[in-house]
Design a protein around this ligand. Structure first.
Ligand code: CTP
Length: 413
């Protein structure tokens, strides 16, 4: 049998200055958290524990306040001192927010924004990566309600530390056992590493549609929601990159200290802002669905209805991606998208070459749940060595993680 080398897990001070917020909810797996807290403290992290009201039934606050060196917080205010425990400050303080064990009930509250305790309220305020380690009986974990909530939490961009198969507190055997504290510790280390992966890098993203004016009230546009590009921007920013997000008209908004959002309307405006910012960027990802044509001239006044069939003369818009491909230096990475309906791989391969890209993200309108107007996407990544990677249908947030992982791999090589 292989011996576990506990010493290789951590070294002193490797987490100095890191702030780890741990929420504990009412599950028997709470007994594993003291071991995790010890590992984190030994590695130099600051640890703050939050209890859901039910957590008290499974573990004592005294154990965890002793190990963490901080009082355990459960209530919005401390009845003894009268002090207010600010969920907003806690949410901003943390570098990582882990909820372990997280029960089916708390996941349901998180998904639906039911902020009836300090833990869920803090979750809603958290700006940092959120890690969730579910633990429950296997039938509860398999229930469609739990599955739907887990999927939704993944869609929100949270890391789900999947429970393992094994003997459960109920005496049954199956999926539902919370991951071991040593493994959770490693996952926290990986997340913290990820957070700094793109520090000192600047990324330029285009997202959403463009609107090409026909007259003051009408335009040529498309169904792009911008969600794919916004998700990529968020993922890059969460890994420490400085992001310039150039967005066509969408209902989306984004607030992140690393993201500068520049809103534009037309392909010409998007082109100007992209070209202006490209030379200072290390990577550029063009996910916008830029209109290929625009009216030669937008009418200055609303075009009135007449008996004659109107004709609108169109000309091509500038190809932003192709222009950046021409300007690209050997130190920059350029990534494009291709939305195809047929001969997908061949067409995407041509775009990759013609526009001088490092890789291209192909989505096909033939795939159900891919492309415009879906929260999901199914992509294939083709790189300039013609390596083809096909991904499953997933939330656009998860696709963004795959794209950024690929990019980080290229930057490292
Ligand atoms: N693109 C761009 N500027 C344009 C048109 C497209 O930057 N004027 C970028 C898109 O953001 C995307 C890629 O080019 O990253 C591919 O867009 P797509 O519309 O699929 O390809 P086109 O080159 O326009 O070719 P076609 O419409 O013929 O498929």
């Amino acid at each position: 049998m292989q011996k576990r080398k506990t010493n290789s897990l951590w070294s002193h001070n490797m987490l100095t200055g890191k702030k780890i917020l741990i929420g504990i909810t009412g599950g028997i797996a709470a007994y594993k958290i003291p071991t995790l807290v010890r590992l984190l403290k030994k590695a130099g992290a600051e640890v703050q524990i939050l209890f859901s009201p039910m957590a008290h039934e499974f573990i004592t606050p005294l154990t965890l306040s002793t190990l963490s060196g901080n009082p355990v917080l459960t209530d919005f205010h401390n009845p003894e001192t009268g002090e207010w425990n600010s969920h907003v400050e806690l949410g901003m303080w943390a570098d990582i927010f882990l909820v372990a064990p997280v029960t089916a009930s708390t996941m349901g509250k998180m998904v639906n924004g039911i902020a009836d305790n300090l833990l869920v309220t803090t979750y809603l305020s958290a700006k940092c990566p959120v890690l969730l380690a579910p633990a429950m009986d296997m039938d509860m974990y398999k229930h469609p309600s739990t599955k739907a909530n887990v999927d939704k939490l993944k869609e929100f961009g949270h890391v789900i530390i999947e429970p393992k198969e094994g003997e459960l507190a109920s005496g049954l055997c199956g999926e539902g056992r919370m991951e071991e504290p040593e493994e959770i510790f490693k996952i926290i280390l990986d997340q913290l590493k990820k957070k700094a992966e793109l520090k000192n890098k600047t990324a330029l993203i285009t997202a959403g549609p463009t609107y090409e004016a026909i007259d003051p009230v009408r335009f040529i546009g498309n169904h792009s929601s911008g969600l794919m590009g916004y998700s990529i921007a968020e993922e890059l920013a969460s890994r420490g990159a400085k992001v310039i997000l150039i967005s066509g008209p969408t209902h989306l908004n984004i607030e992140h200290s690393n993201i500068k959002l520049i809103r534009v309307e037309s392909a010409d405006e998007m082109y100007d802002v992209a070209v202006e910012n490209f030379s200072a960027s290390d990577v550029a990802i063009m996910s916008a669905a830029v209109a290929d044509y625009k009216p030669v001239k937008a009418a200055p006044k609303k075009i009135k209805k007449t008996t004659k069939t109107p004709e609108i003369k169109l000309i091509t818009t500038p190809d932003i991606l192709a222009e950046l491909g021409k300007q690209k230096t050997k130190d920059q990475l350029l990534i494009g998208f291709a939305l195809e309906t047929d001969n997908e791989l061949e067409n995407a391969g041509k775009k990759l070459k013609n526009k001088n890209l490092d890789f291209i993200v192909l989505n096909s309108l033939k795939d159900k749940g891919a492309g415009f107007r879906h929260a999901t996407n199914k992509v294939t990544i083709i790189d300039k060595d013609q390596k083809i990677e096909k991904f499953e249908l997933k939330s656009k947030k998860e696709v963004a993680v795959d794209i950024v992982d690929k990019l980080v791999g290229l930057l490292a090589s």
